[in-house]
Write a protein that binds this ligand. Structure first.
Ligand SMILES: Cc1ncc(COP(=O)(O)O)c(C=O)c1O
Length: 375
């Protein structure tokens, strides 16, 4: 049976991985500055992560959400401790799109309204409500178009207030740093305006932290750079270091009703053990501090290069902007230099999303290769 051919593939077959490196079936070793699309937070095959999942599998891997699973409570306590988000409840699911779908659904339940405000160049996932809040018409199917979404330019206060004026809005959803879109950010003033207007109009503010969360930006959540308190926070990618897990943090003023949200696989024993191991490593190995320091080191190196026109992002969620389109450079970095990097909607931006425990040695390696490819 053929695979449904929706992914353009690099002809590389990774078979093992460790830390910030992956090795293919011919024994070639690649430096992974892409993290499998911002997923690898604590490094590939981190020993405590591997042990935690193995040990859990020997006990119980899965049961449905109809029984008591103390690992879910343990995970929520650890998220509270490491993130500093005090007044929230946790709902667990399996992916970023599913997290946003549940966030949007909850916002609609809560307000009784249905219009969503999202931002130009956003990406929130491919499911029904999340996909139409994603600024990419090519991935909207006719069946998705029942959902009403108003798109506003990032940092366009007037446009935002105009869209809010319609009084039929259930949620505003935004990324603190746009990932797929190309590393643009709301200013603190703009984020503050959104938060205060949402509070005033009883509109639910959803922080999509699927990509910029979990320490990647140099704070646990990206919105924490702006001193904001969202109503719902969606998480996935870095949360499981590759194990499929997502979730939303829901402010305490939202009241749960049995049956309101649900999932078969979300919050299963294995996923929770993966999620707990990730947080223990982020916390125990000071990876957020490392993201700040190594992010700065990376920026300083990038600044020395005349070809780099702009450095975008924060922490270890970075973009190097060039005058030329980067698709070819990216290919050359992979095939000639054995270095994975990322792309974005902005074709001039090379995206850098390494594991949060990357060291100076690997950053030096990247810049040496980049310089050689550009001369
Ligand atoms: C900000 C953001 N939200 C949501 C998603 C969707 O996540 P998933 O692919 O796990 O459904 C992504 C994926 O790239 C993302 O970057």
């Amino acid at each position: 049976m053929d695979l449904f051919d929706v992914y353009p593939l690099y002809d590389i077959t990774p078979v093992t991985a460790s830390g910030v490196y992956i090795t293919d079936d011919s024994g070639k070793k690649y430096l992974d500055l892409y993290g499998g699309h911002a997923v690898i937070s604590i490094g590939h095959s981190h020993p405590s992560y591997v042990n935690s999942i193995k040990e859990q599998l020997d006990k119980i891997g899965f049961y449905s959400n109809s029984i008591v699973n103390p690992l879910q409570q343990k995970l929520s306590s650890k998220i509270k401790e490491v993130s500093g988000c005090e007044e929230y409840q946790l709902f667990l699911c399996n992916s970023g799109a599913e997290a946003n779908e549940n966030a949007l659904k909850l916002a609609s339940f809560h307000t009784g309204k249905s219009r969503v405000i999202a931002f130009r160049n956003s990406f929130h996932g491919r499911t029904s409500a999340a996909v139409v809040a994603t600024d990419n018409e090519k991935i909207w199917a006719p069946i998705n178009l029942q959902q009403e979404v108003s798109f506003v330019d990032l940092n366009d206060s007037e446009g935002f207030l105009k869209a809010m004026g319609q009084k039929d809005v259930c949620a505003v959803i935004l990324e603190a740093i746009q990932g797929v879109g190309g590393l643009d950010e709301p200013s603190t003033e703009f984020y503050e305006l959104i938060a205060s207007k949402c509070r005033e109009d009883d509109v639910v503010l959803i922080a999509d932290e699927v990509q910029c969360g979990y320490g990647r930006s140099g704070k646990f959540f990206g919105f924490q750079h702006h001193g904001i308190q969202p109503d719902i926070i969606s998480m996935a990618k870095g949360m499981g270091n590759g194990f499929p897990i997502g979730g939303i943090l829901i402010h305490d003023r939202f009241k749960a009703v049995h049956g309101m949200l649900g999932t078969t696989f979300g919050g299963n024993h294995l996923a929770c053990s993966a999620g707990l191991a990730v947080l223990e490593v982020i916390d125990g190995e000071n990876l957020i501090k490392n993201a700040v320091e190594l992010g700065k080191y990376f920026r300083d190196k990038a600044q020395e290069m005349a070809e780099v026109k702009n450095i975008k992002g924060r922490g270890l969620m970075l973009g190097l902007e060039f005058e030329f389109e980067v698709a070819d450079l990216r290919k050359r970095l992979i095939y000639n230099r054995h270095i994975f990097t990322g792309s974005s909607k902005n074709k001039h931006v090379l995206r850098i999303l390494p594991a949060l425990n990357i060291t100076k040695k690997e950053i030096d390696l990247f810049f040496k290769a980049l310089k050689e490819e550009l001369t």
